[in-house]
Design a protein around this ligand. Structure first.
Ligand SMILES: [Zn+2]
Length: 329
């Protein structure tokens, strides 16, 4: 049995038809963890769909109503880059519920992994880049509202910049540009007024074209490999924790920094990505902050590789938290 819970529901499946986003990946990761014995049925918690009032703490009412009623404009649907359906909206609402459940479990037990979520490109008034509602922001906004936490950090290691997160939680303070060299951080190093510190380490020459400032941005060059990535990550985590001590960490563990990703541009191996996951979990443990992970993107040539990378996030958490136990503030 794992020393933390996994959050999963068959309803996470995104009905996208033929699409670069493998909508079945959540089910495949669930199956992989069970068939390999990495997890048991008793490790899983089934979430409930998110409440509308939680969604509306982050998203504009008009947009949410159009999304639910099926009255989005053609332009809004094009910007989502997903085939609109009521089933897609329901799956996303359930995914948001999963992320909130994982955040609560992390606060209770020190760690949790959600086998879904990470819709980090969603903005308050529109969806984009395969994301229609921002699950992580919705979960954090709810916990901040409940005063369950006052300070949270989002560590976003998807290959694409976390533009929605930065738009929802814009950092206070003056944005300081780092040097123009890749791998050099920039940002105000301050949280948003709500108390959310955003760290985005991403491939610079990639979607989205406009990258709003995070508290800390770490742009990476084309073809960044495992060693270069790990060095940048360790510096970024050290810098972030030197400036901010979160009471909860949301880890956006995108599988798309992988060398064989169709929408990537970095050159991480499967082992390198697992090392990345371990590093984040260890860092969370070392500052005594509960952490939960969500999946975000993953578009490997072979869907099995995406599944392996996502399953490894759970294995990495198990390695880190089995030896020393999950910590809690
Ligand atoms: Zn991505």
């Amino acid at each position: 049995m794992l020393p933390f819970s996994l959050v999963y529901h068959d309803g996470f499946y995104l009905p996208l038809g033929a699409h670069v986003f493998p909508g079945e990946k959540y089910r495949l990761v669930h199956e992989r963890l069970l068939t390999t014995g990495a997890a048991a049925e008793s490790d899983f918690i089934r979430p409930q769909t998110i409440a509308l009032e939680d969604v509306l703490r982050v998203h504009e009412r008009g947009y949410v109503e159009r999304l639910i009623d099926g009255t989005l404009s053609e332009e809004e649907i094009l910007q989502m880059e997903l085939p609109y359906s009521k089933a897609l909206v329901d799956a996303t609402l359930l995914g948001c519920g999963g992320t909130l459940e994982a955040a609560r479990l992390a606060l209770r037990n020190g760690a949790a992994c959600c086998l879904g979520g990470g819709f980090h490109h969603a903005h308050p008034d529109h969806g984009e880049g395969f994301c229609i509602l921002h699950d992580v922001a919705i979960a954090l906004a709810r916990l901040l509202h409940d005063r369950a936490i006052e300070r949270a950090m989002v560590i976003d290691l998807d290959v694409h910049d976390g533009n929605g997160t930065a738009a929802i939680f814009p950092p206070a303070g003056e944005h300081r540009r780092g040097s123009l060299q890749y791998g050099v951080a920039s940002g105000s190093m301050m949280p948003s007024t709500e108390g959310v510190f955003t760290l985005s380490m991403h491939h610079q020459n990639n979607y989205p074209a406009y990258k709003p400032p995070s508290s800390l941005d770490v742009p990476l060059a084309d073809g960044t490999d495992d060693a270069e990535y790990m060095e940048a990550l360790e510096h970024a985590l050290d810098a972030a924790f030197a400036h901010f001590r979160p009471q909860l960490i949301a880890y956006v563990a995108g599988a798309d920094p992988y060398v064989e990703d169709k929408l990537g541009g970095l050159a991480l191996t499967i082992d390198g990505l697992k090392q990345r996951d371990r590093t984040v979990f260890r860092a969370a443990q070392s500052v005594g902050a509960p952490v939960f992970s969500v999946y975000a993107g993953g578009y490997a040539m072979r869907v099995e590789d995406t599944v392996t990378i996502h399953a490894n996030t759970v294995l990495a958490a198990a390695e880190v938290f089995s030896f020393h136990g999950a910590t809690s503030c």
